[in-house]
Ligand binder design. Sequence first.
Ligand code: F0G
Length: 460
Amino acid sequence: MAEEPFRTIIEPFRIHSVEPMRLTTRAERAAALSRAGYNLFELRAEDVLIDLLTDSGTGAMSAEQWAGVQRGNEAYAGSPSFERFRAAVTGLFPFRQILPTHQGRAAEKILFTVTGGPGRVIPNNTHFDTTRANIEFTGAQAVDLPSPEGLQPALRHPFKGNMDVAALRELLAGSGAHVPLVMLTVTNNSGGGQPVSLANIRAVREACDRYGKPLFLDACRFAENAWFIKTREPGYADVPVAEIVRQMAALADGMTMSAKKDPLANIGGWLALNDDSLAEQCRNLEILTEGFPTYGGLAGRDLEAIAQGLNECIDDSYLRYRVRSIAYLGEALESAGVPVVVPFGGHAVFIDARALLAHLDPLQYPGQALACALYTEGGVRACEIGTVMFGLQPDGTEVPAAMDLVRLAVPRRTYTQSHLDYVIEAVTRVASRAARLPGMRIVSQPRQLRHFTARFAPLH
Ligand code: F0G
């Protein structure tokens, strides 16, 4: 007889060591925010109660990962920790060449230094900010081709991260000569943490084949993406997650990766590819900026933590809990009437700040205004993904981003259900007075990646 499944999906781990959190008063938070120039990246982490700024490098490592840290071999060349890392990576992503890097953007920097440059065009479903910046830094153009469903926050569709394949074909037909490679970000972080279907990856592959272009995955959240394929795409319910990941990889020629996301490590990344001569050019650059190719900017202990994390992140009970805990947060906000991007993605809930703060113009930065209010209300740190992040153009002009979102990114295995209940209460309180929240203006900003260091002031 089949066992009756439990309705309650529990955290599939117990707590092994704890980190105290510091409660602050509203007055302390208001002062901290003002000192930070209303930029949440400038806050001291001790002044944050629940940190949903990013899911990057902020997860909790397992006992086995910490054991791996002890096993780390710190040889400059030929470390067995690198062999364990390479075996774990190629077990899921069987590319010929694996170049470790200190994080994802280092892999991007190397790849685009070799393949980018003035006049080049690099399409993606949606470039993440560091990817776009690394491409633009070489003088190349980063083009986003999200599927039309992905641009409608309230529309329900199982794979809103998909690329618009017709638009890709059109781009390749017109300016294919300028395209060195096509990228696909799984899950599509900037587009709302939405997954990409295997059918879409296959269709992108076909377009790439037709025009002779290599396809690279930006695979930071590959395991969450694979879980959505397993649970949403017809025909995959009984396919193991690891096998789905290998099918994703088999459609690509290479990948960039941040081990700070799904691989459950606090640092790390890699560039993987099949093209030996491209790999050689990349490896020469890697040695210049990252280190010898068997450690690439990482300590041996980090390579061990990543190798073990790769085994853990494809576990069904972990992924079921992970995706369910994001949906728990999202469903509660949705039923409280907060406009959120649906369906919920794998690592974050995105609030539609442009809809919630409809009294503000996008150039009054509704996402930034909302993120600041959430911090003042409950010490919850979120991240604007909108006009502050994407509005400044390379020529210095400013245009509204496609969407103004606030991302509540949930670190992996770090916060409990009661922490999320607290977040739900804080967001709901702020939402009830959203129409009175002031917009923001920028007081000072750099030319690139301005969201990290710009200073703001509230408009009164
Ligand atoms: N690609 C995607 C889709 C990402 O989300 C990130 C990082 C990177 C590349 C760069 O990786 O940080 O290791 O250099 N995203 C983090 C975030 C920072 O908060 O979403 P990295």
